[in-house]
Ligand binder design. Sequence first.
Ligand SMILES: Cc1cc2nc3c(=O)[nH]c(=O)nc-3n(C[C@H](O)[C@H](O)[C@H](O)COP(=O)(O)OP(=O)(O)OC[C@H]3O[C@@H](n4cnc5c(N)ncnc54)[C@H](O)[C@@H]3O)c2cc1C
Length: 430
Amino acid sequence: MRKIAIIGGGLAGFHAAFSLQQAGDYEVTVYTNRTAEQLRNGRMLSMAAPFRWVLERESSLGINFWEDVDARAEGFDMHIKDPGGSGKDLFRLTGRFPDGLYALGVDYRLKFSTWMDEWERRGGKLVVRDIAVTDLEEIAAASDLTLVVTGRGPLSQIFDKDEERSTHHLPPLPSAAIFLVGPRVASHQPWDDVPFSPLRFDILPGVGDVFSWPFYTAAGVCRGFAFQSTVPGGPFDAGRDRKTAAAYLEFAREATEKLIPDNAFLYEDAVIPDEGAWLYGPTEPMVRCPVKQLDNGAWVWGMGDAAMIQDPYAGQSGNNAVRMTDRYVRHILERGDAAYDPDWMQSVWDEHWDQYGQFAFRFCTLLQDAPNKALMSIQMAATRDPAIAQAFVGWFGYPPSAWPYIEDEQAAKRFIADHATPAPAMGAAV
Ligand SMILES: Cc1cc2nc3c(=O)[nH]c(=O)nc-3n(C[C@H](O)[C@H](O)[C@H](O)COP(=O)(O)OP(=O)(O)OC[C@H]3O[C@@H](n4cnc5c(N)ncnc54)[C@H](O)[C@@H]3O)c2cc1C
């Protein structure tokens, strides 16, 4: 049996572990740095709203324990606010996802602790230890393959930055997030004028953005609010001074009342489900070189956020991490008894980059930067025509589908024409 070590029991690490276990012939050990108990009772470190493709992978592995919870996000409701600070919308783009697409966020503390228990219940080997580089050398020397899937943790920094592929040029932006429960925040349709459960996005030029979406936590359905500041120390960068969830909630409530008054009603009866239900930290988007030889000569392979990290802005990092994992696992299975050598690791990583990763990365960069003419024309058309809005929001489920339209003006014109609501026929009743 081939020995595979997985360092990091998070989203991508457990997708890989359960997939390899399901395939059979592998002795897989997951190393992670917190017990299930510590995870359940601890602080949030990250979060995500995976799209349907990821959730269907989880169902096929028998680890989607939250299939039936009423916390799906069914589309986008984006508001670009007046830069003058009046709180009014400059533009608004509302679109239900096409083709049955949806996203469903489960509190990682609940998700990963449940997966840890399930992994052990299925006979998987789990070691709870914070792995340092010296431990990694030992583990890699004793394993046929070692996957480093430590997310934003410091161990991921063993992989050098790939300067050529890291085309994101904005400085690292501080983000903070909080979960809130209450009758309004947890309702399926909190806004009367949006006829579905939306991912709500408020963009405040020169300040930052807030996105919120339904989540399932140990306390039931709640709403997660992520604040991102485009100005360090600006009105949305309050996370560094707030030391408790209650203090952060106070900031979120005040900032919302002042800058996004149409969301203030959500906070009227909202409470924090527990003291750990918030996070703060900057994200530095980058692509790394995920094939690395350690000092003792052993090779390790980075996966998920350890290989490539994106800004939370476009909600793509976790989705990309699982697409990458799926590809790595398929190649591991196809590899049979052949050696897991560095050329093979590099070719699998390059394949992911060429076919998916580069699109996910550029998608986020293009949306976050001042939009180019092609993207701007599509977004403006989408503010006027719900059919175009629906086609546009569908890109979030599979970013490669945004090409060539997102960068090419002629292609953008075609996209608009192809997706526009047909004009009523002459003489037809309106
Ligand atoms: C505010 C915010 C909002 C986000 N929103 C979205 C979204 O909407 N959609 C989306 O797709 N993505 C989103 N993301 C990103 C998403 O959460 C990550 O991309 C995803 O979790 C990456 O999976 P991973 O397995 O690589 O890392 P993680 O899921 O972070 O797992 C890493 C694991 O490794 C463990 N670990 C770390 N260091 C060590 C060590 N030294 N030894 C042992 N174990 C270790 C950690 O405890 C953790 O369990 C968001 C992130 C943030 C911060």
